[in-house]
Ligand binder design. Structure first.
Ligand SMILES: [Fe+2]
Length: 382
Protein backbone atom coordinates (compact mmCIF):
# COMPACT_ATOMS: atom_id res chain seq x y z
CA UNK A 1 0.00 0.00 0.00
CA UNK A 2 1.19 3.42 -0.73
CA UNK A 3 -0.98 6.35 0.10
CA UNK A 4 -0.54 8.95 -2.56
CA UNK A 5 -1.69 12.49 -2.58
CA UNK A 6 -5.42 12.61 -2.14
CA UNK A 7 -6.87 13.86 -5.32
CA UNK A 8 -10.24 13.94 -6.96
CA UNK A 9 -12.10 12.25 -9.77
CA UNK A 10 -15.34 11.77 -11.58
CA UNK A 11 -16.97 9.75 -14.26
CA UNK A 12 -17.22 12.79 -16.48
CA UNK A 13 -16.49 12.78 -20.19
CA UNK A 14 -12.87 12.13 -20.92
CA UNK A 15 -10.95 14.81 -22.75
CA UNK A 16 -7.36 14.77 -23.83
CA UNK A 17 -4.20 15.60 -21.95
CA UNK A 18 -4.51 15.64 -18.19
CA UNK A 19 -3.11 18.08 -15.69
CA UNK A 20 -0.95 16.99 -12.84
CA UNK A 21 -2.36 17.90 -9.49
CA UNK A 22 -1.01 16.81 -6.17
CA UNK A 23 -2.71 17.50 -2.89
CA UNK A 24 -1.13 16.04 0.17
CA UNK A 25 -3.77 14.90 2.65
CA UNK A 26 -4.22 16.77 5.87
CA UNK A 27 -3.10 14.77 8.79
CA UNK A 28 -2.33 14.57 12.42
CA UNK A 29 -0.07 11.96 13.82
CA UNK A 30 -1.56 9.33 16.01
CA UNK A 31 -0.12 6.04 16.95
CA UNK A 32 -1.93 2.77 16.77
CA UNK A 33 -1.55 -0.69 18.09
CA UNK A 34 -3.43 -3.88 17.54
CA UNK A 35 -5.77 -4.84 20.35
CA UNK A 36 -7.73 -7.84 19.27
CA UNK A 37 -9.67 -7.22 16.09
CA UNK A 38 -9.85 -3.47 16.33
CA UNK A 39 -6.95 -1.09 16.25
CA UNK A 40 -7.06 1.79 18.69
CA UNK A 41 -4.94 4.86 19.18
CA UNK A 42 -1.75 4.94 21.18
CA UNK A 43 1.81 6.06 20.99
CA UNK A 44 3.96 4.23 18.53
CA UNK A 45 7.43 5.27 17.56
CA UNK A 46 8.80 5.08 14.07
CA UNK A 47 10.50 1.88 13.03
CA UNK A 48 14.01 1.28 11.95
CA UNK A 49 15.34 0.19 8.63
CA UNK A 50 17.97 -2.43 8.20
CA UNK A 51 20.84 -2.22 5.74
CA UNK A 52 20.78 -2.89 2.03
CA UNK A 53 18.30 -0.30 0.94
CA UNK A 54 17.78 2.29 -1.71
CA UNK A 55 16.13 5.55 -0.83
CA UNK A 56 12.98 6.60 -2.62
CA UNK A 57 13.79 10.32 -2.53
CA UNK A 58 16.02 12.81 -0.79
CA UNK A 59 14.77 11.86 2.66
CA UNK A 60 17.36 10.13 4.83
CA UNK A 61 17.44 6.37 4.20
CA UNK A 62 16.94 5.72 7.91
CA UNK A 63 13.32 6.89 7.76
CA UNK A 64 11.03 3.88 7.72
CA UNK A 65 8.64 3.87 4.77
CA UNK A 66 10.94 6.02 2.62
CA UNK A 67 13.28 3.31 1.45
CA UNK A 68 13.23 0.54 -1.10
CA UNK A 69 14.94 -2.68 0.01
CA UNK A 70 17.42 -4.15 -2.44
CA UNK A 71 15.34 -7.28 -2.92
CA UNK A 72 12.53 -5.08 -4.25
CA UNK A 73 14.70 -4.33 -7.28
CA UNK A 74 14.58 -6.11 -10.64
CA UNK A 75 15.11 -5.25 -14.28
CA UNK A 76 12.77 -4.79 -17.23
CA UNK A 77 14.72 -7.57 -18.94
CA UNK A 78 13.70 -9.93 -16.12
CA UNK A 79 10.07 -9.22 -16.94
CA UNK A 80 10.64 -9.65 -20.66
CA UNK A 81 12.20 -13.06 -19.99
CA UNK A 82 9.25 -14.28 -17.92
CA UNK A 83 7.09 -16.85 -19.73
CA UNK A 84 3.82 -15.30 -20.80
CA UNK A 85 0.44 -16.75 -19.94
CA UNK A 86 -2.20 -16.46 -22.63
CA UNK A 87 -5.39 -14.56 -21.84
CA UNK A 88 -8.24 -13.16 -23.88
CA UNK A 89 -9.69 -11.06 -21.08
CA UNK A 90 -7.41 -9.94 -18.30
CA UNK A 91 -8.51 -8.11 -15.15
CA UNK A 92 -5.68 -6.45 -13.26
CA UNK A 93 -6.79 -5.73 -9.73
CA UNK A 94 -4.34 -3.70 -7.71
CA UNK A 95 -4.76 -2.17 -4.30
CA UNK A 96 -7.72 -4.11 -2.98
CA UNK A 97 -6.55 -3.11 0.51
CA UNK A 98 -8.59 -5.75 2.26
CA UNK A 99 -11.94 -4.49 0.98
CA UNK A 100 -14.06 -7.65 0.95
CA UNK A 101 -17.02 -5.90 -0.64
CA UNK A 102 -14.88 -4.76 -3.56
CA UNK A 103 -13.60 -8.32 -3.94
CA UNK A 104 -17.16 -9.66 -4.09
CA UNK A 105 -18.09 -7.05 -6.67
CA UNK A 106 -15.10 -7.86 -8.88
CA UNK A 107 -16.15 -11.48 -8.97
CA UNK A 108 -19.73 -10.49 -9.74
CA UNK A 109 -18.59 -8.54 -12.82
CA UNK A 110 -17.46 -11.76 -14.48
CA UNK A 111 -21.06 -12.64 -15.34
CA UNK A 112 -21.10 -9.87 -17.92
CA UNK A 113 -18.14 -11.22 -19.85
CA UNK A 114 -18.62 -13.39 -22.89
CA UNK A 115 -15.57 -15.56 -22.30
CA UNK A 116 -13.38 -16.67 -19.39
CA UNK A 117 -11.56 -13.95 -17.51
CA UNK A 118 -8.04 -14.20 -16.12
CA UNK A 119 -7.79 -12.32 -12.84
CA UNK A 120 -4.46 -11.01 -11.64
CA UNK A 121 -4.25 -9.32 -8.24
CA UNK A 122 -1.14 -7.22 -8.62
CA UNK A 123 -0.37 -6.60 -5.00
CA UNK A 124 -1.55 -4.83 -1.84
CA UNK A 125 -4.70 -6.89 -1.60
CA UNK A 126 -4.14 -6.64 2.17
CA UNK A 127 -4.20 -3.46 4.25
CA UNK A 128 -7.39 -2.77 6.18
CA UNK A 129 -8.19 -6.45 6.88
CA UNK A 130 -6.54 -6.54 10.27
CA UNK A 131 -9.18 -8.82 11.85
CA UNK A 132 -8.00 -12.40 11.69
CA UNK A 133 -11.10 -13.78 9.94
CA UNK A 134 -11.10 -10.95 7.41
CA UNK A 135 -7.42 -11.45 6.77
CA UNK A 136 -7.94 -15.11 6.06
CA UNK A 137 -10.99 -14.60 3.89
CA UNK A 138 -9.34 -12.05 1.60
CA UNK A 139 -6.21 -14.09 1.10
CA UNK A 140 -7.83 -17.48 0.59
CA UNK A 141 -10.05 -15.93 -2.06
CA UNK A 142 -7.15 -14.24 -3.86
CA UNK A 143 -5.28 -17.56 -3.71
CA UNK A 144 -7.71 -18.94 -6.27
CA UNK A 145 -6.43 -16.56 -8.93
CA UNK A 146 -3.17 -15.20 -10.29
CA UNK A 147 -1.37 -12.76 -8.03
CA UNK A 148 1.87 -10.95 -7.49
CA UNK A 149 3.01 -9.56 -4.18
CA UNK A 150 2.99 -5.88 -3.38
CA UNK A 151 5.09 -4.22 -0.74
CA UNK A 152 2.35 -5.02 1.77
CA UNK A 153 2.43 -8.78 1.13
CA UNK A 154 6.22 -8.74 0.98
CA UNK A 155 6.27 -7.17 4.43
CA UNK A 156 3.56 -9.40 5.84
CA UNK A 157 5.52 -12.48 4.82
CA UNK A 158 8.29 -11.52 7.24
CA UNK A 159 8.58 -13.87 10.18
CA UNK A 160 10.33 -11.39 12.45
CA UNK A 161 9.51 -7.85 13.48
CA UNK A 162 8.12 -5.50 10.86
CA UNK A 163 8.15 -1.74 11.27
CA UNK A 164 8.43 -0.49 7.69
CA UNK A 165 5.58 -0.48 5.19
CA UNK A 166 8.07 -0.73 2.34
CA UNK A 167 6.15 1.88 0.36
CA UNK A 168 9.28 3.84 -0.62
CA UNK A 169 7.26 7.03 -0.29
CA UNK A 170 8.61 9.97 -2.26
CA UNK A 171 9.13 13.38 -0.67
CA UNK A 172 5.75 14.75 -1.69
CA UNK A 173 4.04 12.39 0.74
CA UNK A 174 3.90 13.85 4.23
CA UNK A 175 5.94 12.34 7.08
CA UNK A 176 2.82 11.78 9.19
CA UNK A 177 1.25 9.71 6.41
CA UNK A 178 4.39 7.62 6.17
CA UNK A 179 4.46 7.15 9.93
CA UNK A 180 0.87 5.95 10.00
CA UNK A 181 1.52 3.52 7.16
CA UNK A 182 4.28 1.99 9.23
CA UNK A 183 1.88 1.66 12.16
CA UNK A 184 -0.76 0.02 9.98
CA UNK A 185 1.65 -2.54 8.58
CA UNK A 186 2.84 -3.27 12.11
CA UNK A 187 -0.70 -4.05 13.25
CA UNK A 188 -1.48 -6.07 10.15
CA UNK A 189 1.73 -8.02 10.53
CA UNK A 190 0.64 -9.13 13.98
CA UNK A 191 -2.40 -10.65 12.30
CA UNK A 192 -0.33 -12.22 9.53
CA UNK A 193 1.84 -13.97 12.10
CA UNK A 194 -1.25 -15.98 13.08
CA UNK A 195 -1.47 -17.35 9.52
CA UNK A 196 1.90 -18.84 8.71
CA UNK A 197 0.49 -20.78 5.75
CA UNK A 198 -0.61 -17.52 4.14
CA UNK A 199 2.72 -15.94 4.93
CA UNK A 200 4.44 -18.79 3.11
CA UNK A 201 2.15 -18.32 0.13
CA UNK A 202 2.79 -14.57 0.00
CA UNK A 203 6.53 -15.10 0.21
CA UNK A 204 6.37 -17.36 -2.83
CA UNK A 205 4.39 -14.99 -5.01
CA UNK A 206 6.22 -13.49 -7.97
CA UNK A 207 7.06 -9.79 -8.12
CA UNK A 208 5.82 -9.43 -11.70
CA UNK A 209 3.98 -11.41 -14.32
CA UNK A 210 3.60 -11.38 -18.06
CA UNK A 211 0.60 -12.22 -20.21
CA UNK A 212 -0.04 -12.46 -23.92
CA UNK A 213 -3.28 -10.83 -25.01
CA UNK A 214 -4.26 -10.43 -28.67
CA UNK A 215 -0.68 -11.11 -29.69
CA UNK A 216 0.67 -8.40 -27.40
CA UNK A 217 2.85 -8.78 -24.36
CA UNK A 218 1.38 -7.30 -21.17
CA UNK A 219 3.67 -6.71 -18.19
CA UNK A 220 2.12 -6.70 -14.73
CA UNK A 221 3.99 -5.01 -11.91
CA UNK A 222 3.07 -3.56 -8.54
CA UNK A 223 5.19 -0.39 -8.55
CA UNK A 224 7.23 0.03 -11.73
CA UNK A 225 9.41 -2.15 -13.99
CA UNK A 226 12.50 -1.60 -11.86
CA UNK A 227 11.17 -1.84 -8.31
CA UNK A 228 8.33 -3.56 -6.53
CA UNK A 229 7.52 -0.37 -4.64
CA UNK A 230 8.80 2.04 -7.27
CA UNK A 231 7.07 5.36 -7.87
CA UNK A 232 8.19 5.69 -11.47
CA UNK A 233 4.61 5.22 -12.64
CA UNK A 234 2.82 7.70 -10.39
CA UNK A 235 0.55 10.30 -11.90
CA UNK A 236 2.24 13.13 -9.99
CA UNK A 237 5.36 13.02 -12.15
CA UNK A 238 3.89 11.61 -15.32
CA UNK A 239 4.12 14.85 -17.28
CA UNK A 240 7.83 15.27 -16.61
CA UNK A 241 10.10 14.45 -19.56
CA UNK A 242 12.16 12.11 -17.39
CA UNK A 243 9.08 10.05 -16.58
CA UNK A 244 8.12 9.73 -20.21
CA UNK A 245 11.65 8.74 -21.11
CA UNK A 246 11.51 6.08 -18.41
CA UNK A 247 8.22 4.77 -19.71
CA UNK A 248 9.56 4.54 -23.26
CA UNK A 249 12.60 2.71 -21.95
CA UNK A 250 10.47 0.38 -19.81
CA UNK A 251 8.09 -0.46 -22.63
CA UNK A 252 11.08 -1.37 -24.79
CA UNK A 253 12.92 -3.14 -21.98
CA UNK A 254 9.98 -5.30 -20.96
CA UNK A 255 9.12 -5.86 -24.61
CA UNK A 256 5.53 -5.10 -23.62
CA UNK A 257 2.77 -3.21 -25.37
CA UNK A 258 1.09 -2.51 -22.06
CA UNK A 259 2.40 -2.15 -18.53
CA UNK A 260 -0.25 -2.45 -15.83
CA UNK A 261 0.62 -1.21 -12.36
CA UNK A 262 -0.88 0.09 -9.10
CA UNK A 263 0.79 1.05 -5.74
CA UNK A 264 0.49 4.83 -5.96
CA UNK A 265 -3.27 4.93 -5.30
CA UNK A 266 -4.22 7.30 -8.12
CA UNK A 267 -5.17 5.91 -11.54
CA UNK A 268 -4.13 6.96 -15.00
CA UNK A 269 -3.98 5.71 -18.54
CA UNK A 270 -1.04 6.92 -20.56
CA UNK A 271 -0.68 6.11 -24.24
CA UNK A 272 2.56 6.59 -26.14
CA UNK A 273 3.59 5.55 -29.62
CA UNK A 274 5.11 2.30 -28.48
CA UNK A 275 2.51 1.25 -25.96
CA UNK A 276 0.46 2.16 -22.94
CA UNK A 277 0.65 2.25 -19.17
CA UNK A 278 -2.44 1.79 -17.05
CA UNK A 279 -2.44 2.30 -13.30
CA UNK A 280 -5.71 1.22 -11.72
CA UNK A 281 -5.26 3.37 -8.63
CA UNK A 282 -7.14 1.39 -6.01
CA UNK A 283 -9.61 -1.41 -6.51
CA UNK A 284 -10.62 -1.14 -2.86
CA UNK A 285 -11.02 2.63 -2.45
CA UNK A 286 -12.77 5.45 -4.29
CA UNK A 287 -10.62 6.94 -7.05
CA UNK A 288 -12.57 9.83 -8.53
CA UNK A 289 -14.60 12.81 -7.41
CA UNK A 290 -18.28 11.98 -7.08
CA UNK A 291 -17.66 8.27 -7.18
CA UNK A 292 -17.46 5.65 -4.44
CA UNK A 293 -16.23 2.88 -6.71
CA UNK A 294 -12.95 1.05 -6.84
CA UNK A 295 -11.23 0.59 -10.19
CA UNK A 296 -9.64 -2.27 -12.12
CA UNK A 297 -7.79 -2.44 -15.42
CA UNK A 298 -9.29 -4.61 -18.15
CA UNK A 299 -7.00 -5.62 -21.02
CA UNK A 300 -8.52 -7.70 -23.75
CA UNK A 301 -8.81 -8.54 -27.43
CA UNK A 302 -12.43 -7.40 -27.21
CA UNK A 303 -14.07 -4.20 -25.98
CA UNK A 304 -15.67 -4.32 -22.54
CA UNK A 305 -19.33 -5.29 -22.30
CA UNK A 306 -21.57 -2.28 -21.90
CA UNK A 307 -22.66 -3.43 -18.44
CA UNK A 308 -19.14 -2.85 -17.13
CA UNK A 309 -19.51 0.89 -17.79
CA UNK A 310 -15.87 1.52 -18.64
CA UNK A 311 -14.86 5.00 -17.47
CA UNK A 312 -12.14 5.53 -20.06
CA UNK A 313 -10.15 3.38 -22.39
CA UNK A 314 -7.77 3.18 -25.29
CA UNK A 315 -7.03 0.83 -28.13
CA UNK A 316 -3.56 -0.27 -29.07
CA UNK A 317 -3.84 -2.15 -32.35
CA UNK A 318 -6.19 -5.01 -31.46
CA UNK A 319 -5.76 -4.55 -27.74
CA UNK A 320 -8.46 -2.85 -25.67
CA UNK A 321 -7.32 -1.22 -22.44
CA UNK A 322 -10.05 0.05 -20.13
CA UNK A 323 -10.65 1.35 -16.64
CA UNK A 324 -13.61 -0.49 -15.13
CA UNK A 325 -15.38 0.77 -12.00
CA UNK A 326 -16.00 -1.56 -9.06
CA UNK A 327 -19.25 -0.33 -7.51
CA UNK A 328 -18.96 -2.18 -4.22
CA UNK A 329 -21.48 -2.04 -1.36
CA UNK A 330 -20.15 1.11 0.22
CA UNK A 331 -22.12 1.17 3.49
CA UNK A 332 -21.33 -2.47 4.19
CA UNK A 333 -17.63 -1.86 3.61
CA UNK A 334 -17.54 1.24 5.82
CA UNK A 335 -19.20 -0.75 8.58
CA UNK A 336 -16.60 -3.50 8.19
CA UNK A 337 -13.79 -0.95 8.18
CA UNK A 338 -15.10 0.72 11.34
CA UNK A 339 -15.30 -2.63 13.10
CA UNK A 340 -11.56 -3.02 12.52
CA UNK A 341 -10.23 0.52 12.88
CA UNK A 342 -11.21 2.91 15.66
CA UNK A 343 -11.68 6.61 15.00
CA UNK A 344 -8.24 7.47 16.38
CA UNK A 345 -6.43 4.64 14.64
CA UNK A 346 -3.81 5.33 11.96
CA UNK A 347 -5.92 3.74 9.21
CA UNK A 348 -8.93 5.82 10.14
CA UNK A 349 -6.93 9.02 10.28
CA UNK A 350 -5.21 8.40 6.97
CA UNK A 351 -7.95 6.83 4.91
CA UNK A 352 -11.46 7.34 6.25
CA UNK A 353 -12.07 10.57 4.36
CA UNK A 354 -11.01 9.00 1.12
CA UNK A 355 -13.11 5.93 1.80
CA UNK A 356 -16.05 8.31 2.17
CA UNK A 357 -15.32 9.82 -1.22
CA UNK A 358 -13.29 12.88 -0.24
CA UNK A 359 -11.01 12.83 -3.24
CA UNK A 360 -10.49 15.58 -5.77
CA UNK A 361 -9.24 13.65 -8.76
CA UNK A 362 -11.01 13.38 -12.10
CA UNK A 363 -10.86 11.36 -15.26
CA UNK A 364 -9.37 14.42 -16.91
CA UNK A 365 -6.45 14.02 -14.55
CA UNK A 366 -6.28 10.31 -15.25
CA UNK A 367 -6.19 10.25 -19.03
CA UNK A 368 -2.78 11.14 -20.45
CA UNK A 369 -1.20 10.43 -23.74
CA UNK A 370 1.47 11.49 -26.09
CA UNK A 371 -0.30 11.02 -29.37
CA UNK A 372 -3.84 11.05 -30.66
CA UNK A 373 -2.84 9.63 -34.01
CA UNK A 374 -5.84 7.50 -34.94
CA UNK A 375 -3.96 6.05 -37.90
CA UNK A 376 -1.55 4.42 -35.51
CA UNK A 377 -4.39 2.57 -33.86
CA UNK A 378 -3.64 4.23 -30.57
CA UNK A 379 -6.46 6.47 -29.53
CA UNK A 380 -9.23 6.94 -27.08
CA UNK A 381 -12.48 5.42 -28.08
CA UNK A 382 -15.32 7.92 -28.19
FE1 LIG B 1 2.03 -0.70 -2.70
Amino acid sequence: MAESSDTPGSTAQVKTTGVTEAVVPADGVNGGEATGDQVTGGEVTGGEVTGGEITGGSKPPSVAGRSCPVDYRYNPADIAATPAKAANVLYVIGGLYGNSEALKTVLSLLRFEREPVTLCFNGDFNWFNVASDRFRQINTTVQQYDAIRGNVETGLAERGTLTDCGCAYPDFVDDAVVSRSNQIIGALHQTALQHSDLQDWMRGLPRYRRYEVAGHSVAIVHGDPEALAGWGLCQETLDEPESRESIARWLAGTNASVIACTHTCLPFLYCAQSGAVINNGASGMPNFRNSLSGLLSRISHSPPPQQLQAIYGARHDELYIDAIPIPYAHAAWISEFNEQWAADSPAHLSYFDRLMGAIDYTTTHAVRWLSTDAKSGRHLRP
